[in-house]
Design a protein. Structure first.
Length: 238
């Protein structure tokens, strides 16, 4: 017997956290009855999500997407400008982490729930790189403070890499490499140090970068890219 959220994750439907949200919203049925959080299922149970019966693990889909400002990282179709409608992909894929509505840049989406868990866990040290523009010129003291950890949400953020940028195109900006993903982490860190974020762009997730993708564009990973990604996740815990 397996907990329903873990089962859905292993079947590639979504991450465990996303599974819990689907269960809370009543979209998951077990033997034609509404599922409950924490319930146990086995291979003979009939499990369906949004009226689709889950019978086998789907062929892996991994997608890179350049999220524009204004798109909301939710699969709730009642929310205006939700990511599912923005991408309009024929199969259901879930975002690996989020970018808030006012942020832009690279996102990774997949139908492999266990991969979502492995990439998101800070303990697995999978890096994400962001370029951040501020309302004033950041100092080296600011960079040192960001890198060593800032108190937000009743905790100290993990040490990270921060590089100040001083060319004309990136005036008042810096790049930061994170392995964790707290809610509005970069914006909260900057605010705690007396700065306001005016633009935030994610430019890299693990080995994938934004490259020349335009806002709103997406591309599917090639089989070789998927193999390399899955190999990189072999030692990661979910």
């Amino acid at each position: 017997m397996t907990r329903i959220n873990k089962w859905l994750s292993e079947m590639g439907v979504c991450s465990r956290k996303q599974a819990d949200n689907l269960i809370k919203s009543g979209e998951v049925l077990v033997n034609d009855k509404i599922a409950t959080l924490g319930m146990l299922v086995n291979d003979i149970d009939k499990v369906s999500v949004s009226d689709a019966v889950i019978t086998h693990k789907p062929k892996p889909i991994f997608m890179l997407y350049h999220k524009p400002v204004g798109v909301v990282c939710t699969h709730d179709l009642n929310v205006e400008n939700n990511i599912e409608q923005a991408i309009n992909f024929p199969q259901r894929v879930f975002a690996v982490g989020r970018l808030d509505k006012e942020s832009e840049g690279l996102m990774l989406l997949t139908n492999q729930g266990d991969s979502v868990n492995k990439i998101m866990r800070a303990e697995n040290h999978h890096q994400k790189v962001y370029r951040v523009w501020l309302d004033k010129t950041p100092t080296q003291e600011f960079a040192n403070a960001m890198a060593s950890g800032v108190e937000i949400l009743d905790r100290i953020t993990l040490p990270c890499k921060v590089v100040l940028l001083d060319d004309t195109e990136h005036r008042n900006s810096f790049e930061i490499t994170l392995t964790q993903g707290l809610n509005l982490q970069i914006r909260r860190m900057c605010k705690a140090l007396g700065y306001r974020v005016v633009r935030l762009q994610r430019i890299k997730i693990m080995q994938f970068d934004l490259a020349h993708m335009k806002p709103g564009e997406y591309r599917l990973l090639a089989p070789m890219e998927i193999e390399k990604l899955q190999a990189a996740l072999l030692e990661s815990t979910s």
